[in-house]
Every structure is written in C-alpha cells, then in structure tokens.
Design a protein around this ligand. Structure first.
Ligand SMILES: [Zn+2]
Length: 381
C-alpha cells in the first residue's frame, strides 16, 4: 500500500461523512473515517484500538500507539463535523476543492485536516527509534456530547507526558477556555380563563420574576469573577429561548426558559448550580413546587493548563506565538484528566469552523508539519 500525500489524505477524510447532531435526521456514524485512519496508521506500524463509545449512535474512537514505555506525546482531535447548509456552500462540502490556495471542504479545518497532517509527520518514524510512545486519538461526537473524549478519559488507559489537541487555533497555543452548561428553567402555573385571574396561576408572570433575578445574577458574576485573559472576562449567562402558554385568553399554565452559562477556569459545575439555585430560592419558596431547573445537555468543563508549564514554553518556542485564552469549548478538560500537560494547538482558524465554505489554507501545510515533527522529536525521540 502506498500512503496518500497530504492533499490525497485530506480528500479521503473529508469524503467520509461523519456528522454529529442532536437532530437524529442529521446524525451519522463515524466508523468509515475511523477505519480509514486505522488503515493508514497501522501501515506506519502503530498498534490500533477501535473503541465503541457507549451511549452513542454507533460511534467509535480510534486509539493508535507507536513505541512503548511511559509518558510520551498524545496528538488528539475529533473525527466528526457539524451539519452543513448545502445552499450556502459554493462547492460540495464532502469533496475537497482547491481554489485560491485553499482546500475547501467540511472538516478541513475543524478538524479532520489535523489527522492528514499527523499522517505526514509520522511517515518515516520507526518504533525502534522512539524513546517514548507516540499516541493518536480520534474521538467521536465532539460536536454534540463529547462522548468520545469523556469515555476515553474515564478509561485512563494511558498517561502521556503531554497532549496536543489540534483544533484550529492558527497554531497559537491555547491554554485556557471557558466551560459550558445549559439549563431549562420551568415554571408550572395553573391555566384558566383569562377573565378570572384569581382562579389560575400565571406561569409567565412568575417567569418574569425569575428573569429579573437572573439579571441580578449576571451582575453578581461581573462583580465576583474576572479573568483578564479572556476578552469577555466574566462568566456569562445567556437567555437563549423562551416558550409558554397557548392562547391570549387563557392564563398561561407553563413556561420554559433555556439559558446557557459559561464558567471561568477554576469554577466548578457545582458552584454554578449553587449560584442558580440560590438565585431562584426566594421565588421557589414563594411558589412551592412550581419552579424547577434541569440540565439540557451534559456540561463541558472549563479548561486551564496552569503555568509554569514546559509544554507551554516549548509550544510557544516552536510555534512562535504567545499562548492565549479562547471562548469556545474543546475536549481539553477531558484529555487533561489523563494527568498530562495539555494544550490546544492546531492549523486553521476557528473563524472558518462551523461555516459554509470552510477551508484550510495551503500556507498552513509546511508550518503545521514542521511543528508536529518538532513536537514528536522533542517528546518521543
Ligand atoms: Zn472542532
């Protein structure tokens, strides 16, 4: 077998659809892309483990290992993509198109392309020459539940010295990001004829009070927490969706409000939930049994690689960029649970991710391959 060059491997990866979505009509398995990666890395001498991820719709992680011993380097990323809006694409999202010195395609920068880079960087590696192991992890369902990374972290199969997650950061080492949780706050009222307000309990009127308290909570977040590494330095609370009632002449019997909370590094989920329940407590006491809140999706924790860190120093030196914080969430907090220094560092820009006409610029190729080769040399050879 002849291993593909960079653009061939990118083309093949993009051609294997692996969309993750909370909408079942969009959601796809990822076995095809996992098997493609397995074939390539097996050919390079890696041992291959394809792991079925529990509680998913037929999704798999790929775990590959070259060399033996303790520590070493883990290169990690997700094998899935978001859905696409075909009408806004100027080319077929699953067919890599080269134009204006760019590769266009779904997942080119976020982030199947990263595995095409890893493949090139690993050509010519010989297990016999490795002093420490090189690991590759391709996860499932990052774009929805992060089930693949959660599962891998729980298994605690390895403890590398360091891990690099190749999300598109323009090759800037990312050492911090916020966490994310979303909740539905429900108010159960009592419906009735609008002409007799005293016979019902209006859920919208109670929800107005809930929203008033949550606005006060937003101010408390600003006063109590600030991290200047972020361009939005405080935790945020967003009112995302609201629904309730059915008719103008009926007392509203039920109202739901969906919110998201983005925590700073150092804040736990429990701390945020405590803020939320303390905020709603006086109203919950005033309206017993009528106000509740539930998590909409599993939360993703905030992330921080604490400093000083030799990995940050080396990544800054090799990439030529100072480390930074970002607002989006990644699998980093789960990978970090393996007990390794962890950063997010990869080619392409997050601005192109989750967008029609997603692309990876040709100018990323040489820089990224060199960076990966240097990282492998530093940590494994
Ligand atoms: Zn991504």
């Amino acid at each position: 077998m002849q291993l593909p060059n960079f653009s061939q491997s990118l083309t093949q990866l993009i051609a294997c659809p692996s969309i993750s979505s909370t909408q079942p009509s969009w959601d796809q398995g990822n076995l095809e892309v996992i098997q493609l990666l397995a074939t390539w890395f097996e050919h390079l001498g890696f041992s291959i483990d394809i792991q079925k991820v529990p509680e998913t719709r037929n999704k798999y992680n790929l775990f590959a290992k070259l060399g033996s011993g303790e520590g070493g380097l883990l290169l990690a990323g997700h094998s899935d993509t978001v859905p696409f809006d075909e009408n806004n694409w100027q080319s077929d999202p699953l067919k890599v198109k080269e134009k204006d010195n760019k590769f266009f395609g779904l997942g080119t920068c976020d982030m199947k392309g990263f595995f095409a880079f890893i493949l090139q960087a690993c050509k010519g590696l010989n297990a016999k020459n490795l002093k420490k192991p090189l690991y590759i992890l391709a996860t499932a369902d990052e774009e929805t539940t992060m089930a693949g990374a959660r599962f891998f972290a729980q298994s605690q199969a390895i403890k590398p010295d360091v891990a690099i997650i190749g999300e598109p950061t323009n090759l800037v080492p990312v050492v911090m990001h916020k966490g994310h949780m979303s909740h539905r706050i429900s108010v159960q009222g009592q419906s009735g004829h609008s002409s007799k307000p005293s016979l019902g309990i209006n859920a919208i009127e109670i929800m107005v009070k809930v929203i008033g308290e949550l606005i006060v909570l937003k101010e408390k977040f600003n006063l109590n927490y600030q991290n200047k590494a972020f361009d939005v330095p405080a935790p945020t609370l967003n009112f995302g969706a609201i629904s309730g009632g059915d008719n103008a002449n009926r007392i509203c019997g039920h109202c739901d409000l969906d919110i998201d909370l983005r925590s700073l590094p150092g804040m736990t989920d429990a701390e945020l939930i405590n803020w939320l329940s303390e905020t709603l407590k006086p109203l919950a006491e005033q309206y017993p049994g009528r106000i509740s809140f539930d998590e909409l999706h599993p939360s993703s924790p905030s992330f921080e690689q604490t400093q000083p860190s030799t990995l940050i120093d080396i990544a800054e030196e090799i990439s030529g960029h100072h480390c930074c914080a970002v607002n989006y969430a990644t699998e980093a907090p789960f990978i970090q649970q393996l007990g390794c220094q962890t950063i997010v560092l990869g080619p392409g820009s997050i601005d192109q991710a989750h967008q029609p006409n997603e692309y990876l610029a040709h100018s990323e190729i040489e820089k990224t391959e060199q960076l990966l080769v240097k990282m492998i040399q530093h940590y494994c050879l």
